[in-house]
Design a protein around this ligand. Structure first.
Ligand code: GDP
Ligand code: MG
Length: 332
């Protein structure tokens, strides 16, 4: 890295936990406090996506999307830990280390709606020698009022459009509303890439992540249980309302593959302990065991999914353009 670049980086505003070296969260879509309009932080995005290490590499963008206070940032910080550990399966060996990275927290204070990415993309080498850049993305929104619905749609539609792995983080179960919301986000994302050939799916991987799954004796935790639940939920039957049939067909058409993972509850210390700092010691062992399976499923080198537009993998520098194209579409 050039000295000048290093200086520029250090001058950047730190919004994350200052205790971390090796990166910080960068807000790339923020809502203007006065006008409520969403603004793309192009200069910030450029710093990350045009980093000479990755600008001409294919890119995997993993985004975690969903409502507030459902453990999204918490999960992302385990994904970060895995990436920082060079994707080693030992990434959870230190049980006394506080969890840092994207801000996660207890309480119920109002949160801002928007999109953040990790300032340092990871460059991963596959067995074939191919290198892929990995960008981690955190998003927040909520659908509890009419106005928040409109705001969240911008956030999640953008996220759907630019990610290659969209983790849809849900509490307890997958509801009809969740499917309807996804259909809405994908419809905007499709407008921004009209020339996708019929043979290609506009989006790559959708991953439902159900937190605090409550029926492990009926459908077990993990990937297989998730797949079972998903098959049931996405089944199209004559008895369903036509709109419910359509949403299911649409989702299958939009995403090349759809997965689901059922996570256990992380334990009472995670939700109640006053000074809980994310250390594994305070987290239920079963949850930790599932992190050890889930995280490599998402981010091990051979499991990375490249971002494609129009059926072709794109480079990090091209991804930057799609952010701006998307924002143009959404203005109308
Ligand atoms: P976000 O708003 O979705 O990003 O949520 P955060 O990651 O900030 O987490 C909000 C709270 O949920 C924190 O207090 C976490 O300790 C807690 N939390 C994290 N993961 C889980 C989970 O799987 N289940 C439950 N019930 N709580 C969790
Ligand atoms: Mg968060």
């Amino acid at each position: 890295m050039q000295v000048e670049e290093m200086i520029n980086r250090d001058m950047g505003e730190r919004v994350g936990d200052p205790a971390i070296d090796g990166g910080h969260p960068v807000a790339v879509l923020v809502q203007n406090e006065e006008t409520d309009v969403f603004e793309l932080q192009e200069a910030e995005l450029e710093k990350v996506l045009l980093d000479p290490r990755i600008a001409d590499k294919h890119v995997c963008v993993l985004a975690v999307a969903g409502a507030f206070r459902k453990g999204k940032s918490f999960l992302l910080d385990f994904l970060l830990r895995f990436m920082n550990a060079q994707q080693s399966t030992d990434f959870l060996n230190d049980t006394d280390k506080p969890l840092t990275g994207f801000k996660w927290r207890q309480g119920s204070k109002r949160e801002t709606t928007g999109v953040l990415i990790w300032s340092e993309p990871f460059l991963v080498k596959r067995k074939s020698g191919e290198e892929i850049a990995v960008v981690l993305m955190d998003t927040q929104g909520t659908f509890d009022t009419q106005s928040s619905m409109k705001d969240s749609t911008v956030v999640f539609a953008l996220t759907t459009m630019v990610s290659s792995v969209l983790i849809y983080n849900l509490m307890n179960n997958i509801q009809e509303d969740d499917l309807m919301n996804l259909q809405l986000f994908t419809s905007y994302g499709m407008m921004a890439q009209e020339d996708t050939p019929d043979t290609a799916h506009p989006f790559q991987r959708l991953h439902f992540l159900v937190r605090d799954w409550g029926f492990p004796y009926e459908v077990p935790y993990g990937h297989q249980g998730g797949q079972h639940l998903l098959d049931e939920i996405l089944q199209v039957t004559e008895k369903q309302h036509p709109a419910h049939q359509e949403v299911r067909r649409d989702l299958r058409k939009c995403f090349r593959d759809i997965n689901c993972y059922l996570m256990p509850h992380p334990g009472f210390k995670v939700i109640q302990k006053a000074n809980f700092d994310g250390r594994l010691k305070d987290i239920e062992q079963e949850f930790v065991e599932h992190l050890k399976i889930l995280v490599p499923r998402l981010l091990a080198p051979e499991n990375l999914v490249k971002k494609e537009i129009g059926g072709q993998p794109i480079k990090s520098r091209d991804l930057l353009k799609f952010f701006t194209i998307f924002m143009e579409v959404f203005k109308d």
